[in-house]
Write a new protein. Structure first.
Length: 428
């Protein structure tokens, strides 16, 4: 084997692997340009390209209602608000997820209850979630992390048996399918992010979908006051509040909607191309010592292919630190990274008795967490690796080079141990 690039040898991949996302087509540009030329850069209701995008989500997911928002965070806030949460209500949530899955619960003056995740997928541990149900539990939110769907059959069974609502965070799983049903179609309400890295990209934006009229009307009232609320909030209980609304502006920008329409139309094509690469990654990593291909559980009909996340197994390489393994791969030209965000239960908001919040109600009975309390999440964060979800099938020679690079680094574990030891001594 040739010398590791990290130690002065020649890298396997001498040029970066081309990767462009999002892909913006001429048709996308034409829609955006047409809006700008007409001066159609703000909507008050469901109209124009916003209405078209909402219609696309409703048709695809067979949901009665879709609400375009300014971000995925706004969609999640609207979803929790739409459930009618009250102070003291608890919502079960995975500890390993983006903050927007959880902190809007606090903004609804309710209490997130964090539970552990599966050590291989990072998705919510449904057994732990069920154990966390109390008389105060009103809802559970699941995140389909990295495009790998949560087992929705089990999640729905838990929700139905305990009489709680189920929220799906589909921000990383557009088009993913679980047991034959697309994510976003089974929970009481689902939220999508359309941020630039997502597989349906608007730059910034989000979409809430539901078939529950009450959830929808409350979500409209929260962030779409005046014109839209007056037109669409019709129930006797809520209609009197429609002209004023509840004070937030969560409307989506028309230019973002114009971009997202084309992205949604091409979603299945993009997922099919990414799936080719994911299958190639599975194969090239199958026999690499120290790395396990990204897991795919039996209930997954189609992966959302947001990010390919294999698992590092340091014990197979004599305990070689992951950071050293990643550094060696990157020196060979492999664009691999490792997660940097900790599980939420390690963040100060969830470890401290007091928070800086004054406006929102912070439940004095809320759980306070400590390191090691939700151990599988910490195992996952310490072992996950990440490869880009390339949106065009990679050439055979690129796949071969990636395999060579992984093999090369794995087989040089002994030299990397010495490198890590010297680096540690130098650091002291």
């Amino acid at each position: 084997m040739s010398q590791l690039a990290l130690l002065g040898g020649k890298p396997v991949l001498s040029e970066p692997i081309p990767h462009t996302w999002p892909v913006i087509t001429d048709a996308d540009l034409a829609r955006v340009t047409d809006l700008v030329r007409r001066g159609e850069i703000s909507y008050d209701a469901s109209e124009g390209f916003v209405a078209e995008l909402e219609g696309g989500f409703k048709a695809r997911l067979h949901r009665r209602h879709a609400l375009a928002t300014s971000s995925g965070t706004a969609a999640l806030h609207s979803a929790f608000f739409g459930l009618g949460l009250e102070p003291g209500d608890e919502v079960i949530a995975p500890t390993y997820t983006f903050l927007a899955t959880v902190m809007p619960i606090v903004a609804c003056n309710s209490t997130p209850v964090l539970v552990d995740v599966e050590p291989d997928t990072g998705n919510i541990d449904l057994a732990a979630a069920e154990q966390a149900v109390t008389s105060r539990t009103r809802a559970m939110v699941v995140t389909h992390l990295n495009g790998h769907p949560v087992d929705m059959r089990r999640a729905l069974d838990i929700a139905h048996r305990h009489g709680i609502r189920l929220v799906e965070d589909c921000s990383q799983a557009h088009g993913a399918v679980c047991g034959g049903a697309e994510v976003g179609t089974l929970g009481d309400v689902a939220a999508y992010s359309l941020q630039a890295r997502k597989t349906v990209a608007a730059g910034e934006g989000g979409v809430l979908v539901t078939s529950d009229r009450g959830v929808y009307e409350r979500a409209v009232l929260l962030g779409h006051f005046a014109a839209r609320a007056t037109q669409e909030v019709l129930s006797d209980e809520l209609a009197p509040f429609a002209p004023l609304g509840f004070g937030l502006n969560y409307r989506m920008h028309p230019l973002g909607a114009a971009l997202a329409i084309g992205q949604l139309a091409r979603l299945d094509e993009v997922l099919a191309k990414r799936a080719v690469n994911f299958a190639a990654f599975d194969e090239l990593l199958r026999d690499v010592r120290g790395v396990r291909p990204a897991p795919r559980q039996d209930h997954v009909t189609r992966h959302g292919c947001y990010s390919y996340q294999p698992l590092y197994e340091p014990e197979a390489l004599g305990g070689l630190p992951r950071a050293t393994f990643v550094a060696a791969l990157r020196a060979e030209g492999v664009p691999v990274t490792a997660p940097t965000s900790p599980p939420l239960h390690l963040e100060p908001f969830f470890t401290a008795e007091r928070t800086a919040l004054r406006t929102f109600v912070v439940d004095p009975r809320r759980p306070i967490y400590s390191p090691g309390q939700l151990p599988s999440s910490e195992v996952y964060v310490a072992s996950a690796l990440r490869l880009p979800a390339y949106s065009e099938p990679l050439a055979a020679d690129v796949i071969e080079a990636l395999q060579e690079a992984f093999d090369k680094v794995s087989r040089h574990a002994k030299q990397l141990h010495e490198y890590a030891r010297r680096s540690l001594e130098a650091g002291h």
